[in-house]
Write a protein that binds this ligand. Structure first.
Ligand code: PLP
Length: 467
């Protein structure tokens, strides 16, 4: 039997309804609401250009979320497309296992070692952010077993964090709304409070709040016993959990505690890497720390190919390799597509473009403007707070007036604003009472003005509707 392929990039000769029907029948989407998925129509995005995307009926949207925090250099980049095509013709694939490599994988590892701070010079490639975090944790366990500290297994993560969707990374993640009928690995994973200055105790200064968070971390270390703890993992700014920007000194303080207790620090830069905060990596320039491991993905190829990577300190790697390697030290972690040549070609071209077009400098220029323009939305009664750092931001709805936690009506408010944004041609990401924003880094001041004005108008319409 021959299966007829009806819709390909070359022959998109099907209607939106047909695509949606086919999709509803056969695809299980990430984070699908299984009650409504079989009946709800999809938004079919079929084209992108710069910071805009188009649906299958030709409607244009400002992409306020860069796909999913990833299309940093914007859509429709011909240079990346050509680099991918050229590499596909030259060498589509070869195994990275054992002592095999390809030229682009080696070169990308060198470039990442240069872009990351300190002695983070050892790279393992993955195909996703989940794979990068998974590999980071597997490395840490391997490391402590190899140096004779096998009891160091426990991991401290944070409530509201998001680190991926594998068994291990979903267990590390602390978003309570994501915890559904799956099973989670909870015996060695502990969640402490996340920094959420907006929801801190009323009257508590930011300095005192930071000290409270550091104190909770130290108490948790003492409770589990430092000898049992392998690592702490943190996003620099929590993304999916609500663009939670930590108070000044938080990461430095957490890192100092990790050093005090011989706990490794994994900074998960899957969202913040590759320019979103105005730097290739935010660890050193923004938070003034050099972590032991950094994970990245998304912006590494601007989403043009699926890729992730973990970059590990030489100090750790050297301790367990070469003359220091314990007996039979096979690092049996990695993937068929680690260092895939086509993916590496996309990443190298992407990094070249970010540097050549001064995209980090551009973000440092338009980022503060974005945050400042969003602040103007705080004049609306249904907006509790707007916050963020450069091109990573959110609007938090608060009509209940509850200072401690969002209520159902706050969530309804965010969903209503989202509905009007969608109608007006702006894609944002609703999450609980928030509208999350992370536009492509190539957005200019004009695009920012349009985005904020659609948000303002949608907030006004939502306010009317919610009366
Ligand atoms: N880590 C962080 C901070 C993320 O935001 C994400 C995804 O959004 C991941 C890890 C997982 O990445 P992926 O979806 O590519 O597996």
């Amino acid at each position: 039997m021959t299966i007829q392929v009806k819709a390909t990039a070359a022959h998109p000769a099907v209607t939106t309804e047909q695509i949606s029907e086919t999709d509803k029948r056969h695809t299980i989407h990430p984070w699908a609401d299984l009650a409504t998925a079989p009946t709800t129509g999809d938004l079919v995005i079929s084209k992108g250009e710069g910071y805009h995307v188009y649906d299958s009926d030709g409607k244009r949207y400002i992409d306020g979320i860069a796909g999913m925090w990833c299309v940093n250099i914007g859509y429709g980049n011909v240079e990346i497309a050509e680099a991918i095509a050229k590499q596909a013709q030259k060498l589509a694939y070869y195994t990275p296992f054992g002592a095999m490599t390809n030229p682009l994988s080696a070169e990308l590892a060198r470039v990442l070692a240069e872009l990351t701070p300190g002695d983070l010079n050892r790279v393992q490639f993955t195909t996703s952010g989940s794979g990068a975090v998974d590999s980071a944790i597997r490395f840490v366990h391997f490391y402590f077993n190899a140096i004779g500290k096998p009891e160091k297994k426990h991991i401290i993560s944070r409530l509201e964090s998001y680190h991926g969707s594998s068994y291990l990374t979903a267990s590390l993640s602390g978003k309570q709304v994501d915890r559904t009928y799956f099973h989670y690995m909870d015996d060695i994973i502990h969640h402490i409070s996340c920094p959420n200055p907006y929801r801190r105790e009323p009257g508590l200064s930011l300095e005192a709040y930071c000290q409270q968070l550091l104190g909770e971390f130290e108490d948790k270390i003492n409770e589990i016993g430092a000898d049992n703890i392998a690592c702490f993992i943190a996003e620099p700014i929590m993304g999916s959990g609500g663009v939670l920007v930590p108070p000044t000194g938080y990461h430095k303080g957490m890192k100092a505690l990790c050093e005090k207790y011989d706990i490794l620090y994994i900074l998960d830069e899957v969202v913040t890497g590759f320019g979103r905060l105005g730097h290739f990596f935010s660890a050193e320039p923004v938070w003034e720390i050099i972590p032991d491991l950094i994970t990245c993905a998304k912006g590494i190829t601007s989403g043009y190919q699926p890729m992730g990577a973990v970059i590990i300190s030489d100090r750790l790697f050297d301790r367990i390799s070469g003359d220091n390697a314990p007996e039979a030290a096979y690092f049996t972690n990695g993937y068929t597509y680690s260092g895939h040549p086509i993916t590496c070609a996309a990443a190298l071209k992407n990094i070249e473009i970010i540097q050549r077009d001064n995209i980090c400098e551009h973000v440092r220029e338009v980022g503060p403007y974005f945050i400042e323009r969003l602040k103007t939305l705080e004049k609306y009664d249904i907006v509790g707070e707007t916050r963020g750092n450069h091109l990573m931001a959110c609007v938090e709805c608060n009509i209940s007036g509850n200072p401690v936690a969002a209520e159902d009506k706050d969530i309804t408010a965010a969903r209503t604003v989202d509905k009007f944004c969608d109608e007006a041609g702006l894609i944002v990401r609703p999450y609980e009472a928030l509208l999350i924003l992370s536009p492509p880094l190539v957005i200019d001041k004009e695009g920012i003005d349009q985005l904020v004005s659609i948000l303002a108008q949608s907030i006004e319409q939502a306010t009317e509707e919610l009366k």
